[in-house]
Structure formats: C-alpha cells, structure tokens
Design a protein around this ligand. Structure first.
Ligand SMILES: NC(=O)c1ccc[n+]([C@@H]2O[C@H](COP(=O)([O-])OP(=O)(O)OC[C@H]3O[C@@H](n4cnc5c(N)ncnc54)[C@H](OP(=O)(O)O)[C@@H]3O)[C@@H](O)[C@H]2O)c1
Length: 220
C-alpha cells in the first residue's frame, strides 16, 4: 500500500488553533489540488480527533473527477477510513453517510454496543490493537480489501503515529501565509515526538500556490 500524507499548516507549523477550531489556511487552488489527490486515492483517512473537530465528509467535490472515477469502474468517491480506538465517532458524523464506503479502525477496548451502533450505519468496523488502533495491522487489513493508495488528511496525532510506525511513503504540506501560534495548537506531527531516529525526508517539490507554497517529500 502507498500512503500519502497531506495537510495544510500555518507558517509556524500549526494545523488549527489551540481551541482545535478549523482555520482557512489555504485557498481555492490548494482545495483543488487536495480534491485531485482524493480522486486519485482508493481511500482517505483521518483520526477521530479530526472527525470531532471538523466533521469532514472527505468526498470528491468536483463532479467531473467523480465521473472519471466511475468511468474507470471505481466508486464515485474513495472510501473513508477513521482511526477511532474507543468508538467516539458520532453516528450522525458526515463520514458515516452513504456517499462512500467507510472503514472504522478500532481496538479491542471499544465498547461492543458502540461497535454494533456504528455497524448499523453500514460502516465496516476493523478491530486491530488492544487499547489503541494498531496501524500496521489495520492498514494491512485495508490492503486486503483492495486499498492500494491511501491518502491521510490528518490530524497531527494520527500523522505522528503513522511516521512512528514507518508507514508513510509521501508527504505534502501546504504552508500558508499566517501565524496561528499556541503551544497547545495541533502541529503537523504531534504524539510524543521523536528524540532520535527522526524520519528522513527527500524534498521532491516546491510549488507556489494561492498565497503559500506546497512542499512535497518522499520518505526515505
Ligand atoms: N490543517 C489541516 O490540514 C488539518 C487536517 C486535519 C485536521 N486538522 C485539525 O487537527 C485537529 C485534530 O487533530 P488531532 O491531532 O487532535 O486528531 P487526529 O489526529 O485527527 O485524531 C487523533 C485521535 O485518533 C485516535 N487514534 C486511534 N488510533 C490512533 C493511533 N494509532 N495513533 C494516533 N491516534 C489514534 C486517537 O483517539 P482514540 O484514542 O480515542 O482512538 C487520537 O486522539 C483539529 O483541530 C483539526 O481542525 C487540520
């Protein structure tokens, strides 16, 4: 499986405010770039923190891109994947609507009643890990279900864990022209942080877009 992480951050590396409220960091050209990336993916993944903060739909916005996917024998929208060890995703979250297939990755610690409730929405629940989602095992289950290209849209906790597990192949970041600040505001990679064996990146692109820049790296 190929895993591509994409996010938008402020010039000071923040994904949103300390109140974890979504901020418009990029502009229309970057939205279009992200939409094209989604359309080229088999699935789009976020952590439950992003579901709770932003309630994203993670679908492809552009009708022509959806039509091209269907013409190629694919579903109009890529599948959605949520990492949610304790089943905190609300049953009325937009990622659980019928616009696309949704896989919810959870742990053995998830309350069984909540698992039943989420399965009733038509969501495919994948259990991997004792108390927290074991991303390595969960992604290989997704691979078995035909997910070859996985796009990850955040947030910082999930992105850090994916780097920690050595699962990221590619990173692209829109860096916007504003400062958000806040020591507790989410950054591109949160988690516990690395103190050694820092993942090494190879810069593959620097592109000016909207009022910012898109930086692209391969993970060595
Ligand atoms: N600017 C952007 O591009 C962008 C993109 C996305 C999000 N955001 C912002 O980022 C914020 C949310 O980010 P976040 O870091 O709080 O949340 P997140 O990364 O979306 O989700 C983190 C949660 O995922 C669950 N999870 C399950 N398995 C995990 C694992 N193996 N490793 C890590 N997490 C795992 C954990 O909750 P459980 O323990 O309960 O499972 C964890 O708290 C929001 O403010 C949102 O607006 C910005």
């Amino acid at each position: 499986m190929h895993v591509a992480v994409n996010a938008a951050m402020s010039a000071d590396g923040k994904l949103s405010t300390r109140e974890r409220e979504q901020v418009a960091i990029s502009g229309p050209d970057d939205f279009d770039r992200v939409d094209a990336m989604r359309a080229d993916s088999d699935a789009v993944m976020v952590g439950v923190g992003t579901v709770l903060a932003d309630d994203p739909s993670l679908t492809v916005d552009d009708g022509a891109r959806r039509e091209r996917r269907e013409a190629a024998g694919k579903p109009a929208n890529p599948a959605r994947v949520i990492a949610d060890s304790r089943m905190r995703t609300p049953t009325d979250a937009r990622v659980l609507d019928d616009a696309a297939t949704t896989y919810l990755l959870t742990s053995e610690g998830a309350p069984p009643d909540f698992v039943d409730e989420i399965e009733d929405t038509g969501t495919d629940v994948i259990t991997a890990g004792e108390t927290r989602v074991d991303l390595d095992a969960a992604l290989s289950e997704l691979d078995d279900r035909g997910i070859e290209r996985l796009m990850v849209e955040g947030g910082g906790e999930l992105i850090f864990s994916l780097f920690e597990a050595g699962l990221v192949d590619e990173l692209s970041v829109f860096v916007g022209s504003r400062i958000i600040g806040g020591r507790n505001a989410p950054t591109l990679a949160d988690g516990d942080g690395f103190v050694d064996e820092f993942p090494a990146l190879e810069l593959t692109g620097v592109d000016r877009l909207d009022d910012g820049v898109v930086l692209s790296w391969d993970v060595s």
